[in-house]
Design a protein around this ligand. Sequence first.
Ligand SMILES: Cc1cc2nc3c(=O)[nH]c(=O)nc-3n(C[C@H](O)[C@H](O)[C@H](O)COP(=O)(O)O)c2cc1C
Length: 216
Amino acid sequence: MKKVIIVNGSPRKNWNTAKMCESFANGVKEADGEAEIINLYDVDFKGCRSCFACKLKNGKNYGKCAYPDGLTPILEKISASDGLVVASPIYCSDVTGVTRCFIERLTFPFFEYKEGYPSIAPKKLKTAMIYTMNVSETLSNQMYPDMFDKTEFMITTVFEKPVRIFAYDTYQFADYDKYVVEVFDKNEKLKQKEQQFPKDLQKAFEAGKNMIESIR
Ligand SMILES: Cc1cc2nc3c(=O)[nH]c(=O)nc-3n(C[C@H](O)[C@H](O)[C@H](O)COP(=O)(O)O)c2cc1C
């Protein structure tokens, strides 16, 4: 059975990004694949510590992240899987810090400092990125013209180019009346949540199905 690891880089386990992850997982299962969701905020780890064990000549950890912490078994699982999904909300115009730390640890060891920067990942994994954010699609295009390419650069270099799935204009608070939110119209947000978000979930579901079908 083909296995896909879905990494949720949001701290909220039942909100927009998590729901997109679940929907992707359901698509994987629909196509008879196996999906496992990992909530990064539950994992005890930090970003790359620049120890360079992964680049040491004749080193026993050449091409592997040698730093032992909560991420170690997850990195091993990803190397043994067939597909990878990285999902993140946009925080301060980028993916979450935890998501960035994860991308460093996962991809840098596979990126050889040799002519053409070849990948020594054990497999050319199929990949997808899920992004959720407060801004509309139009604003996202204006504000983040190259952020997604930059985020995905290392993933594209060591694995396959990711498929992208977006949820824009997400519903952020359980009760908009309790918070100071003058710049977003709660009725517009509710409309988006009820009418658009189900379509975004469906896109994630289809992408999950397609990932398994493309691996076969
Ligand atoms: C610290 C923080 C920073 C944020 N920065 C942005 C931002 O720069 N652009 C944006 O569109 N949304 C921003 N948001 C909103 C989230 O990206 C959006 O609500 C997202 O869908 C939340 O995902 P979740 O529901 O899975 O937690 C921010 C939210 C937080 C908590």
